[in-house]
Design a protein around this ligand. Structure first.
Ligand code: NAD
Ligand code: MG
Length: 373
């Protein structure tokens, strides 16, 4: 029985994780749960799973559980935890990722922001602590499934992208897109932040940076293709030109289960069986990079490396919450991120403190830009 901590248990990935664990009670037990909001749902989860540790990760008070940001690290480092499912959204997930890896635990990582902010530090923590990062993100899970057992000759990755709700919209309309439309993702049901990131294609930029650190490939070997049906999750090309892909109906439960069991597999009756006829025609098209500019801004930040990806991530978090609050139009998100990244002089991401400082600077700058619009 492996002990699991689920950080962000009330979110989209957190709930799907508990759904998977409900079917795998012979193999895993829930040792720790944390959430940010949704206290009542959290209370029901705690009653069902009776974890050894439960905490609310946001400041405040609740007589039932410990509260505050330290809760994430406490849950992630609990001695009975072998696997930490990090399903927190945003920069708040970084410390728990690092702490778990330093103690030699597996991190099933949905919180891609940790890897984007501090990719080298995260991979170093895994190396020195003996922990491992196993991606939950469907594209990266697909890549991992394609390369596992084939440990040489990896050449190029092509990550697929649904194109988001504005795939076919004219540029002028995209710039003024309302919040309700941005939150209407064509193929995935996810939390609000990642849904907006999918509409701007910031999510794909974050994923390219994530792939760079996970699979140690240069940005020249990382590509994106639009695939509106979200059936093929990634293509992996080997050095001889052979291509292997991983397919499935869109559901996060399969990548979550695989992140828990990799490189082994467990039978799972909860996942919809694949049916190529029902999947229908599969189509592929290039990204409209001139409309979804944030993708290239993110790739440039990834290439600049050091503190640049953390700045890209932080500016995006501020711009997305401004958009969701009605304080910035959709088109301003990419513009704000671009201006913050342009104004930044990246240095080496030598420590978590340096990364946090870059993150703070970028948030301040992005907030000023939101105010000045
Ligand atoms: P969500 O908003 O549905 O859930 C986030 C969870 O984190 C909630 O439990 C919330 O209470 C908690 N939380 C929010 N802010 C917090 C904070 N400051 N400190 C601690 N906890 C906090 O988000 P989601 O869609 O489940 O996404 C979670 C992560 O997984 C993101 O990094 C996202 O990019 C990634 N991801 C999600 C999907 C998906 O299908 N939803 C797919 C791939 C990757
Ligand atoms: Mg993804």
């Amino acid at each position: 029985m492996i002990g699991v901590a689920v950080l962000g248990s009330t979110g989209s990935i957190g709930r799907s994780t508990l759904e998977v664990l409900r079917r795998q009670r012979d193999h895993f037990r829930v040792v720790a749960l944390t959430c940010g909001r949704n206290r009542e749902e959290f209370a029901a989860q705690v009653a069902e799973w009776r974890p050894a540790y439960a905490g609310l990760a946001l400041p405040g008070q609740d007589e039932r559980w410990p509260c505050g940001p330290d809760v994430l690290v406490e849950a992630a480092t609990h001695p009975d935890v072998g696997i930490v499912v990090n399903a927190v959204v945003g920069a708040a997930g970084l410390d728990a990722t690092l702490a778990a890896l330093r103690l030699g635990k597996r991190v099933a990582l949905a919180n891609k922001e940790s890897l984007v902010m501090a990719g080298d530090l995260v991979m170093q923590a895994a190396c020195t602590g003996g922990g491992e990062v196993v991606p939950v993100d469907s594209e990266h899970s697909a890549v991992l499934q394609c390369v596992t057992g084939r440990d040489s000759g990896l050449g190029r990755l092509i990550l697929t992208c649904s194109g988001g709700p504005f795939r076919e919209w004219p540029a002028e309309r995209v710039a003024q897109a309302p919040v309700v439309e941005a939150l209407r993702h064509p193929t995935w049901r996810m939390g609000q932040k990642i849904t907006v990131d999918s509409a701007t294609l910031v999510n794909k930029a974050l994923e390219l940076i994530e792939a760079h650190y996970l699979f140690r490939l240069s940005y020249d070997a990382l590509e994106v293709v639009v695939h509106p049906q979200s059936i093929v999750h990634a293509f992996v090309e080997f050095c001889d030109g052979s291509v292997i892909a991983q397919l499935g109906f869109p559901s996060m439960e399969l990548p979550i289960l695989y992140a828990l069991t990799h490189p082994a597999r467990l039978p799972d009756t909860g996942v919809r069986r694949f049916d190529p006829v029902a999947a229908g025609p599969l189509t592929f098209e290039p990204v409209r990079r001139e409309v979804f500019r944030a993708l290239d801004v993110g790739v440039a930040a990834g290439r600049a490396a050091g503190t640049a990806p953390a700045v890209f991530n932080a500016a995006n978090e501020v711009a997305v919450s401004a958009f969701l609050d009605g304080a910035a139009p959709f088109g301003r998100i990419a513009e704000i991120i671009d201006r913050v990244v342009q104004a930044h002089h990246p240095g080496p991401a030598a420590s978590v403190e340096v990364v946090r400082e870059a993150d703070r600077w970028a948030r301040g700058r992005a907030r000023d830009l939101v105010k000045s619009s």
